[in-house]
Design a protein around this ligand. Sequence first.
Ligand code: FES
Ligand code: FES
Length: 156
Amino acid sequence: MSLEQKIELVLNGRKTTLSIPVEMSALTLLRDVLELTGTKRGCDEGECGACTILVDGVSMNACLLFAVDCDGRAVTTIEGLSTVDGLSPLQRLFVEKWAVQCGFCTPGMILQGTYLLSRNKDMSVTDIERGIEGNLCRCTGYKKIVEAIREAAEER
Ligand code: FES
Ligand code: FES
């Protein structure tokens, strides 16, 4: 029988209290317990970035994070990025710029892009390429993704 721990976090703006097994990953908590399936499970070992989420505004791989380490923190998944006004500017630009193909990498890419935009005012193409190095995309060739993040930086 696994040991459980009570955690309290702010998930996509809502205070959430749960009792979870101590060994559970944040990815399993989000996808399998809370059914927030926008966070994707790719490699499950920190290599692909498909599971990228924001924890206190910092991008992290949910597959490498224990869910209990979300205690007392603010967690944002792709489901929490849009507002009552609609998609976030970066989400909108991903659509407009055709930066989405199969979509598997897209939630992680957008959250990583959101993190980069929150930290850097001016980003060159090289800065963006380096910033998304940990997020793999099998479809787009990255060009459109970089363009979308670059335009979001310019729009601000
Ligand atoms: S599923 Fe987490 S990095 Fe690939
Ligand atoms: S759009 Fe298919 S993996 Fe990126």
